[in-house]
Design a protein around this ligand. Structure first.
Ligand code: ADP
Ligand code: MG
Length: 361
């Protein structure tokens, strides 16, 4: 068991993006306060929280003040510098812990960790410098994807290699930093399991959505996925194994490839709430955001059952200009993040269409 943060307590959130915003809103609904720490910029989370620290993550004095002002701290994205999180963790509980964060910050460590649990991944090998790329390609074969080990997201830091001709310049295109080379998986579909492990070690998994991507960015999450109940159950059971191995508290998202023979392989995991779980805001009594707050505060986990089937679509860049027509659609929940500028590839909001299940609507 972990100490309980009671209503009126304060949650510290590292990161001021839309995930931090939705966490702060969920905390408010439970009578908890939120304090967001992020560098200056366009930070939609800071519009809806109780306290704000605008500072760089290497500002030790700001980290210390932040840590002493909250009852528990969490993070809304995995690329917060580890030193900052370690410093905060020396003063106040950080959940999920540093271990899961450290592993997920490096694609090589992440895949090694998953393999060691006897859970499948795409074939991969480390590529520490440009000179190793041809050896790696001989080992993995084509098609393959070169990915930077650190700091990649939304398809950034990734280069597709269709054949040997694509090797020239690939290292520089990926960012010129240590990489892994992954075999391209010929999957039937992609799903994710958003799950929580609470203070009492209980685990609650939402049903896996089926995810489709456009330009490396999540486009649509649809529940239920077009998979058998056995595959859904296997994905949840393997996710539970990962959560226990990480001694995890909070919400995690594990992205899975469903292979054509029904086998499962992990793509990656995110030690946080996740875009493919946004549908839970409108289709479940307790959303992934509330579930995360409950888990890090030592509260009982909420029921992950959904009352409606759902289809969530991201509004990327100028797609957000469709807001008025989307707002007029039936059975549709519109979420806008309040970001100032609709840059290309930027997540500006999302929209969830609900399909209530018979007898429950
Ligand atoms: N090894 C792979 N085989 C097939 N598709 C892949 C592979 N790696 C990534 N992809 C595709 O690219 C998307 C983004 O890659 P991912 O590794 O999840 O990076 P990000 O951190 O940017 O989300 C995946 O959801 C999947 O559609
Ligand atoms: Mg991903």
């Amino acid at each position: 068991m972990i100490p309980v943060v009671t209503p009126g307590g304060a949650i510290g959130i590292l990161g001021g993006g839309q995930l931090g915003r939705m966490l702060a809103l969920a905390a408010a609904r439970l009578g908890l306060k939120s304090h967001i720490f992020c560098p200056p910029g366009d930070n939609p989370g800071t519009h809806v929280c109780d306290a704000i620290t605008l500072a760089e993550y290497d500002d030790s004095a700001a980290c210390d003040r932040f840590a002493s002002s909250v009852d528990v701290a969490t993070y809304e994205f995995e690329n917060i510098p580890l030193a900052c999180v370690e410093r905060i963790a020396s003063r106040v509980a950080v959940r999920p812990g540093i271990g899961a964060l450290r592993i997920s910050q490096d694609r090589l460590h992440e895949k090694d960790f998953i393999r060691q649990l006897n859970i499948a991944t795409a074939p991969y090998t480390a590529v520490d410098h440009a000179g190793e790329l041809s050896r790696a390609a001989a080992e993995i074969g084509f098609p393959a994807i070169l990915k930077t080990r650190r700091l990649g997201y939304d398809g950034r830091g990734q280069v597709a290699l269709r054949g040997p001709d694509d090797l020239a310049g690939a290292w520089e295109k990926a960012g010129g930093a240590p990489c892994i080379l992954e075999g391209k998986v010929d999957f039937a579909r992609e799903i994710s399991v958003v799950a929580a492990r609470g203070g009492d070690d209980a685990i609650a998994c939402y049903d896996p959505p089926e995810n489709t991507h456009r330009d490396g960015i999540l486009d649509i999450s649809r529940v239920p996925a077009d998979i058998t109940v056995e595959i859904a159950a296997a994905a949840k059971a393997l996710t539970a194994r990962l959560l226990a191995a990480l001694d995890y508290r909070g919400v995690i998202a594990v992205e899975w490839f469903v292979l054509k023979d029904g086998q499962l392989a992990v793509n990656e995991f995110a030690p946080r709430v996740h875009n493919s779980g946004h549908w839970t805001l409108d289709a479940c009594a307790v959303s992934q955001f509330e579930q995360h707050i409950r888990a890090i505060c030592g509260w009982p986990l909420g029921d992950p059952a959904r009352h409606s089937d759902a289809e969530m679509r991201n509004l990327i860049g100028e797609e957000v200009e469709q807001w008025a027509s989307l707002a007029a659609q039936p059975a549709t929940a519109l979420h806008l993040y309040g970001k100032a500028e609709a840059r290309k590839g930027r997540k500006m909001g999302h929209v969830t269409r609900l399909f209530p299940k018979d007898g429950l609507a």
